[in-house]
Design a protein around this ligand. Structure first.
Ligand code: AHR
Length: 323
């Protein structure tokens, strides 16, 4: 049972625009008339998707009149734990945690819970007992992996030697995408992962790792790259081009995120498919927090939907998403 600290946090007061002259501004305040303060511990800035997710979260907090304390952990769980302790010391009203890795969260979540502060887990998952957090907002990463593999199976008639570029080791995004993809290709006896290496969700590492794979493997035997994110795929595309091969044709590419740059690569014929990970998770996270502070119940898991995109709509998707 979540120990509510509603004595300290009285119901948030929503000041609707109509009361302040008709502007479309909504401000959320605590019982003392102060803006609701939320501590946001972000993974880092390893990918374009992550940067977009941060910008969207900061903008959404501002739009709602929240005071958001933002902490970039630079991909370190230690930094995230320190940030959470600092949020507790600052007596924030709630915490949004985008965890870098899955394990090791229970002790700090217990500390935060003892301080009566609700935590929303966003994007990646944690293995801690779900009573330790209010809600989780995330995509189904296993489903994303299945979707990517299903597309590749039909594109290759179930016959393909695959290079897998994994995301950050220990992150639920990498682990679950790997599991979902493996489940589907196991149904096709001639689909096989020949090499699987991490490039930490980073574009430059994607290029380095792919370069070395193209030296150690026979490139003509590689049918596809399955990359846990678009940035690593873009790095791999560069490496494939440098090796004198044609990405998107001689070596198929499928990845996850649907960032603007991957649609540019599709428009150039360099990649074949991307599974979307929506960066718009702050809205549901903040809704969950305000609902909780308002005394309402909140579902434990609020899923974000995934779809898959191909070159036929790349130009319009690029125009829609570019910043
Ligand atoms: O956790 C989601 C993953 O993290 C994104 O797919 C990747 O780009 C990011 O770094």
């Amino acid at each position: 049972m979540w120990p509510a600290n509603l004595m300290r946090l009285l119901r948030p007061v929503l000041l609707l625009a109509a009361l302040t002259g008709g502007a479309a501004f909504v401000s959320a305040q605590d019982g003392d008339g102060k803006a609701i303060t939320i501590g946001f511990s972000q993974v880092g800035s390893e990918s374009d998707w992550r940067t977009a997710f941060t910008e969207i979260t900061l903008a959404e907090a501002e739009r709602r009149g929240f005071n958001l304390i933002y902490s970039n952990a630079d991909n370190s769980q230690e930094n995230q734990i320190a940030a959470l302790r600092s949020f507790v010391a600052q007596e924030v009203d709630a915490i949004v945690l985008a965890p870098v890795i899955e394990t090791g969260w229970a002790p700090i979540l217990r500390e935060v819970q003892a301080a009566g502060i609700p935590v929303v887990i966003i994007d990646r998952n944690v293995t801690a007992d779900e009573s330790l957090y209010l809600a989780r907002i995330s995509s189904d990463f296993v489903f994303e992996g299945r979707l990517a593999a299903a597309w590749l199976a039909q594109a290759t008639s179930g016959d393909c030697k695959i290079v897998e570029l994994q995301g950050t080791v220990g992150s639920s995004a990498a682990r679950d995408r790997q599991i979902g993809f493996a489940e589907v290709i196991a149904l096709f006896p001639r689909m096989q992962i020949v090499v699987s290496q991490t490039a930490d969700f980073r574009r430059s590492l994607g290029q380095d790792v792919m370069e070395s794979i193209l030296h150690t493997e026979d490139p003509t035997q590689i049918c596809a790259v399955w990359s846990h994110n678009d940035d690593m795929a873009i790095g791999a595309i560069e490496a494939i081009k440098e090796a004198g091969m044609d990405p998107g044709d001689e070596i198929l590419i499928v990845s996850v995120d649907a960032i603007p740059d991957i649609f540019l690569a599709m428009m150039n014929g360099d990649t074949n498919a991307t599974v979307e990970l929506s960066p718009y998770m702050a809205g549901p996270a903040f809704d969950a927090i305000t609902a909780y502070l308002d005394g309402q119940s909140v579902p434990k898991w609020i899923p974000v939907k995934a779809g898959i995109y191909f070159p036929d709509t790349a130009a319009e998707e690029y125009a829609r998403r570019k910043r």
